[in-house]
Design a protein around this ligand. Structure first.
Ligand SMILES: Cc1cc2nc3c(=O)[nH]c(=O)nc-3n(C[C@H](O)[C@H](O)[C@H](O)COP(=O)(O)O)c2cc1C
Length: 350
């Protein structure tokens, strides 16, 4: 049915790349031509035609798809009926021998829906449990659990690939979709606010040697190396918290601190914002059909966090300060995670 597959993957810690590779293995067995491209900031080179199956793999963030892939899908050329499948990977875990699935929510079907609106024929959607990579909120899984989750995922993805490449359709994940629709307010809050704050929790500890590796692997080019004599990474607002920097840093120098979160909380809630809001709501803005107070508070929060992070970044130039802050950060004691089969070198090549 197909002569070629074009695989587009977005990945932070290699899981979604691995899913893409399993798919290509089946395509290779069937003798199909394969094109594979990482979704980064560069424009995707998509030439949809009737003989090509477009495969999209991505991580789940906040029960939905990350901004980076959403943006790329919105910019795709018209599909003219070309076939496409979507495979979001999600946070599988295993606690005391019990496997717990992740929750992709709307991640797969949102992309599928946008592809449909772009004129593609969506032939399959399936969420894939891969080891959770969110090492800001939990420590990385043990080697044994990682191996278990990955060995369960591989046959599922290959079965999915065989099914769609034989011309059948494969739609899975209806229950996560229903839950995802219910969780849309959380996903929305994540996309418009939480992810910006999360990106500002990252900092480089005293272990950082300024090699710039984090900046070079960042799929969103969100890390800026600053400083003249010794360079240090600065996390800009375009960071999607994909976790590549923290989990691939060879010196384990990337941390996220709850102390920074507390500072942001103080700055953005009390007392300045409260004062600001109290005064704004007194203004005669009620007859506008827009929630001005909400918009002003949104701008205020982002500006306050931006400025606080700028000051923090400058202060972190003092080695002693960065050492103390890193030792007070939970991530300093957490095991890191990246897909064991995806090395930094391989990811850098893509
Ligand atoms: C910021 C962030 C948010 C996440 N949100 C979810 C989620 O809502 N549901 C879920 O199942 N997994 C979630 N995860 C886990 C990842 O989607 C999962 O580990 C994925 O396999 C990572 O793929 P990658 O290595 O290709 O980036 C999240 C991870 C991160 C870093």
């Amino acid at each position: 049915m197909f002569e070629k597959i074009s695989v587009y993957f977005m990945t932070g810690t290699g899981n979604s790349y691995k899913v893409a590779l399993w798919f290509t293995e089946i395509a290779q067995e069937l003798g199909l031509q394969i094109k594979i491209q990482q979704i980064k900031t560069d424009k995707l080179c998509v030439e949809p035609d009737a003989k090509t199956l477009c495969v999209f793999t991505l991580p789940t963030h906040g029960f939905t798809a990350p901004w980076l892939i959403l943006r790329h899908i919105l910019c795709l050329p018209r599909g003219n009926g070309a076939a496409a499948v979507v495979l979001p990977s999600r946070a599988g875990t295993r606690i005391k021998g019990v496997s717990l699935p992740g929750m992709e929510g709307t991640a797969g079907y949102l992309i599928a829906c946008l592809l449909f609106l772009k004129g593609y024929t969506v032939r399959g959607v399936m969420g894939v449990d891969m080891p959770s990579n969110w090492t800001v909120v939990h420590w990385g899984l043990s080697k044994e659990n990682i191996e278990f989750i990955i060995s369960a995922a591989e046959p599922r993805v290959k079965h999915f690939a065989k099914t769609v490449l034989s011309g059948q359709v494969y739609f899975d994940g209806i229950i996560p979709l229903i839950l995802g629709v219910w969780l849309v307010p959380i996903s929305f809050a994540y996309l418009v606010m939480a992810q910006f704050i999360l990106s500002k929790l990252f900092f480089a500890s005293d272990k950082c040697i300024g090699c710039g590796l984090c900046a070079s692997i960042c799929p969103k080019r969100a890390i800026i190396m600053t400083g003249k004599t010794k360079q240090r990474p600065y996390w800009s607002y375009s960071c999607d918290s994909c976790m590549a920097c923290m989990n691939y840093c060879p010196h384990q120098a990337v941390e996220a601190s709850p102390i920074i979160a507390v500072i942001f909380y103080y700055l953005t809630t009390i007392p300045v914002s409260a004062y600001l809001l109290n005064n704004i709501v007194k203004l005669p803005l009620e007859w506008f059909p827009i929630n001005w107070a909400g918009i002003i508070q949104y701008i205020y929060v982002l500006t306050a966090v931006f400025l606080a992070y700028l000051i923090l970044h400058t202060t972190l130039g003092w080695r002693l300060f960065s050492k103390i802050l890193s030792r007070l950060s939970h991530t300093h004691y957490f095991r890191k995670y990246h897909n064991p089969a995806v090395s930094l070198k391989e990811l850098n090549k893509r």
